[in-house]
Write a protein that binds this ligand. Structure first.
Ligand code: PLP
Length: 402
């Protein structure tokens, strides 16, 4: 019999009653160090008093009015995002996929209003993840996510990640833009060579294309800069943001330059909930913290410490971990055993981490993680590796009986 909740997730049989910073407390009382953070969402940790106050204060006043009326919290958040980034304008959404939908529509519409309606295809990259709507599964190009949902949404040309020659070869008279995650999250925490984005920027300028960045996972301080592309010097025309921007409240945003947004005129796009007062109150509160002068420096310091300590763990367990990758606190362990085994072993040690493609275990702590918690995480990773190694040593050798 089908479960009351549509069974599209393989859920762990574990439920939490509350959270405190980087910790989750299960209904049976067990405490878990949470390096999943709602999949890179809870940037300020769980039950952050400042966010709780912002949300509850707003909840007592007004939840929702629709976009038929002015929402001052949204005007303020948009102005602050513009001030902090390349962007001139912002559309608020409820999720990452919706932010990408807006970005894709905007890029096509830009070409349409500038007399290039035939330019409606977007170049994307293998291993990408852009969400689960019909357009974003086509953009991501993961066959597993597309199977049976045909006809596939047209308009996407996929090339290997980091392959400039393939990008050049894919650019044609119907190309509207290039869409890329500055760091692939779901795809396995893959960081392209540092010059890759700047070269894509140059190609876009040369061919009249729009550069669209998906910073849904890499944005809002996750890599140690407000947005990951800031490490490269290249700026996009359009950027999708979500996850961290709401700190756990469902929200997203599509940021753009005035030029890129020029097709998005009155009536061309909309959302009933997008940018509602509750979301805007929380979004502003998240920015209050993330924009504090020492916040990103803290992320960078914790990242450096974590990377150094993980390198030592890897050296002690070369049969389990082959590589430490990532940027800031968007980190990954490339495993030599099934990554899912490492996820389970870590959970048994009281630490929660998500998997990723390419046999990688992601490490996504809240950005407020302390040095002490980084130390505890490394002890747990060490213990999990040791346990897996012991099991490997005692496992019957395949083919030994022959
Ligand atoms: C999570 C994610 C999305 C989709 O966000 P949803 O809120 O689940 O729709 C899109 N792009 C990237 C890079 C993501 O990590």
């Amino acid at each position: 019999m089908i479960t009351p909740v549509l069974p599209t997730y393989a859920r762990v049989n574990l439920e939490f009653e509350r959270g405190e910073g980087c910790w989750l407390i299960a209904t049976d009382g067990r405490r878990f160090l949470d390096f999943t953070a709602g999949i890179a969402v809870n940037v300020l940790g769980h039950a952050n008093p400042y966010l709780v106050q912002a949300l509850t204060e707003q909840a007592g006043k007004l939840w929702h009015t629709s976009n038929l009326f002015r929402i001052s919290g949204g005007e303020r958040l948009a102005e602050r995002l513009i001030e902090a980034t390349f962007a001139d304008t912002v559309f608020f959404t409820n999720s990452g996929a919706e932010a990408l939908e807006c970005a894709i529509k905007m890029a096509r519409r830009y070409q349409f209003v500038t007399g290039n309606a035939e330019r409606n295809r977007i170049i994307t990259f293998e291993g990408a993840f852009h969400g689960r709507t019909l357009a974003t599964i086509a953009a991501g190009g993961n066959a597993k996510y597309m199977e049976g949902f045909g006809p596939d949404m047209p308009g996407f040309d996929q090339v290997p990640f980091g392959d400039l020659d393939a990008v050049k070869a894919a650019i044609g008279p119907t190309t509207a833009g290039i869409l890329i995650e500055p760091v692939q999250g779901e795809g396995g925490v893959r960081v392209p060579p540092s010059s890759f984005l700047t070269t894509l920027r140059a190609l876009c300028d040369e061919h009249g294309l729009l550069l669209i960045l998906d910073e849904v996972q890499s944005g809002v301080g996750r890599t140690g800069r407000l947005f990951a592309h800031e490490w490269t010097g290249a700026t996009p025309d359009i950027m999708a943001v979500a996850k961290g921007i709401g700190g756990g409240f469902p929200m997203g945003a599509c940021l753009a330059t005035e030029n890129a947004a020029k097709g998005m005129t009155l009536g061309t796009h909309g959302s009933t909930y997008g940018g509602n007062p509750l979301a805007m109150a929380v979004g502003n509160a998240v920015l209050d913290k993330v924009l504090q002068p020492d916040f990103l420096e803290h992320v960078r310091q914790m990242s450096l410490r974590f990377t150094q300590m993980l390198a030592e763990v890897k050296d002690r367990h070369p049969a389990v971990i082959s590589e430490i990758r990532g940027q800031g606190l968007l980190m990954g362990l490339k495993a030599l055993v099934p990554a899912a085994d490492l996820v389970v072993a870590l959970r048994e040690e009281g630490m929660l981490v998500p998997g990723a493609g390419d046999n990688v275990v992601r490490l996504l702590p809240p950005l407020v993680v302390t040095a002490e918690e980084i130390g505890i995480a490394c002890q747990k990773i060490e213990a999990a590796c040791q346990k897996i190694e012991n099991e490997l040593a005692h496992a019957p050798v395949k083919g030994a009986a022959e």
